[in-house]
Design a protein around this ligand. Structure first.
Ligand SMILES: [Fe+2]
Length: 180
């Protein structure tokens, strides 16, 4: 279940409360149940390319919906865990505050990750999203991303173009205590 921690230390654990709290950002979080037929693959920390494709196909009903409703063109599966070589180096690209020219659209199918945000009034918050949750961070929203101490996530990434997901670093200091 998603968890939102604001700068004053308030923690919200209910999507019905979290969704309105993110309204000023336009960030959407939705429960999207994962496919039981690929549960065995989701339980495995690492996957080969064929297994990744099976996981993607198992969840393609959501992709088809995004293609129809919002013109999304492609998807891939990101698989991160403690044994991934150069994991910290890969994550360091996303942990400073940044924006993108396109929405960042992710569907967590295993594990968990944390998105941080800066609100229009300058306040910051961190949101933990986990397996069975979809998140859309709108284009130009200042955000950052890190893993929790579990250091494990599988997430489908949906793209509407080829280069709009490149991070534009903003240099903003992250003040909130990280959700772990
Ligand atoms: Fe990002």
């Amino acid at each position: 279940m998603a968890r939102l921690k604001t700068e004053d230390g308030t923690v919200l654990r209910d999507l019905a409360q979290i969704q309105p709290a993110l309204e000023a950002l336009g960030v959407q979080v939705k429960p999207w149940p994962t496919a039981p037929e690929v549960a065995d693959l989701l339980a495995s920390p690492s996957l080969d390319d064929a297994q990744k494709e099976r996981v993607l196909q198992g969840h393609d009903r959501y992709f088809e919906q995004l293609q129809r409703d919002a013109g999304y063109q492609s998807r891939d599966l990101i698989v991160l865990h403690d044994q991934v070589p150069n994991l910290d180096q890969a994550l360091a690209k996303f942990s400073p505050a940044h924006t993108h020219d396109d929405d960042e659209v992710r569907y967590i199918v295993d594990g968990e990750g944390v998105f941080g945000f800066t609100f229009p009034d300058g306040q910051q918050a961190e949101l933990l999203v986990e397996a069975g949750e979809y998140i859309n961070v709108p284009a130009d929203t200042e955000h950052w991303f890190h893993l929790t101490e579990r250091r494990r996530i599988k997430a489908v990434r949906y793209f509407s173009g080829t280069d709009g997901w490149v991070p534009n670093y903003t240099g903003t200091t992250i003040r909130v205590d990280p959700l772990t």
